[in-house]
Design a protein around this ligand. Structure first.
Ligand code: H2U
Ligand code: ZN
Length: 349
């Protein structure tokens, strides 16, 4: 038998943040592709689209008009999945049937008045305004007594089910801590209790030493391909300093987060020279009024594209029944992203 090599041999990798495993099968990158080819929309968009429900001045569902906003804009989601005013209720039968009422709040945030822009094409100073808005919304929504978790996220691209190309994200606040951050909370707490450091603080220190999976770095933040990446080009933005939530960031750190957000998404767009689709979201401490020294602020990016602008990874079959599986290793994905131009492809044309 040959010596075990990450680049040649099937192996499992452990995700210390969730306790999950991913199967890595690097030899499978040689297989032919005869599957579905997705058509990806590559339309040129106007700066203002009279039919867009997010553009300044336009009418939204329900007849409300957006103001003539100049930078960022936030509003209550007209089709909120969670609402504040519902009666409290609980249903339990044996140990088999359990349900409970869930109160919450949903907002939509526009990143820019410009319909044609996306984060990688915006100026860092303007992206900083998005970060500032995340901070003030996390604070205001988190301060509500019935809200214990604030989920900030961005769904980008029609193949991610995003309804509108206008640059925007969402914020959902709710009473309970949902599944993914709850798993991460448990793992981070156990790590902190054993090691006296945050899990991601120690992890980022190791990654900075090796540099192998680091894509972007400034004074306060890094963007990297996690060792346990599941999606083909999955990445994470992590603060270098262990901060529990957005509110603990200094003004310089907010700007640094905006800078890394831009530089990472420029690499993404340059990979296949398309507006790169993903779901991204921020994980941070719950807003339950407790101290959470174990929590380390980070942002996940889960992009579905695999080998071109049209071939997407599906989490089906073994992945639904077993656990996620990937072909190229995290290091190969990191190398491909690192080798790309640092300037957005549209400005190079
Ligand atoms: P997506 O980008 O993930 O499709 O989210 C857009 C959100 O915008 C979606 O949650 C809301 C939808 O409910 N929306 C409004 O609040 N008002 C509208 O007029 C249309 C869409
Ligand atoms: Zn628009």
């Amino acid at each position: 038998m040959d010596k075990f090599e990450f680049t040649e041999h099937s192996h499992r990798r452990y995700n210390p943040l969730t306790g999950d495993w991913v199967l890595v099968s690097p030899h499978r990158t040689k297989r032919p592709w005869q599957g579905k080819v997705e058509k990806h929309s590559q339309d040129e968009r106007p700066q203002h689209d009279p039919k867009c429900y997010l553009c300044p001045g336009n009418e939204r569902a329900g007849g409300i008009n957006n103001p003539d906003y100049k930078d960022v804009f936030v509003f209550q989601n007209d089709f909120s999945a969670l609402v504040p005013d519902i009666p409290e209720g609980k249903y339990e039968k044996k140990d088999l049937f359990r349900a409970e009422s869930e109160r919450g709040f949903c907002k939509v945030i526009c990143f820019s008045p410009r319909h044609d822009l996306t984060i990688p094409e915006m100026e860092v100073e303007d992206i900083k305004k998005v970060v500032d808005l995340w901070c003030s919304e996390y604070e205001a929504i988190g301060a509500l007594d019935y809200i214990n978790h604030v989920q900030i996220f961005e769904n980008k691209g029609d193949i991610m089910g995003c309804s509108n190309p206008h640059p925007h994200g969402q914020i959902w606040g709710q009473h309970s801590v949902p599944g993914e951050p709850a798993k991460e909370a448990k793992m981070q707490k156990a790590y902190f209790q054993t090691n006296g450091q945050t899990l991601l603080g120690d992890y980022v220190d190791e990654e900075l030493k090796s540099q192998e999976r680091i894509l972007v770095e400034n004074d306060h933040f890094v963007a990297l391909v996690p060792f346990w990446a599941t999606w083909p080009f999955e990445t994470m933005i992590v603060s270098k300093r262990p901060v529990q939530n957005l509110l603990q960031l200094t003004d310089d750190e907010r700007l640094a987060m905006a800078d890394v957000y831009k530089k990472l998404t420029v690499l993404y767009d340059n990979l296949f020279e398309v507006s790169f689709p993903y779901s991204a979201g921020i994980h941070q401490a719950p807003t339950d009024g407790e101290e959470h020294p174990e929590w380390h602020l980070h942002m996940h990016f889960y992009p579905p594209l695999l080998r071109s602008a049209t071939v997407k990874k599906f989490m089906v079959g073994y992945e639904m029944m077993g656990n996620p599986q990937r072909d190229i290793t995290a290091e190969q994905a990191a190398q491909r992203l690192k080798d790309l131009p640092k300037v957005h492809y549209k400005t190079l044309k």
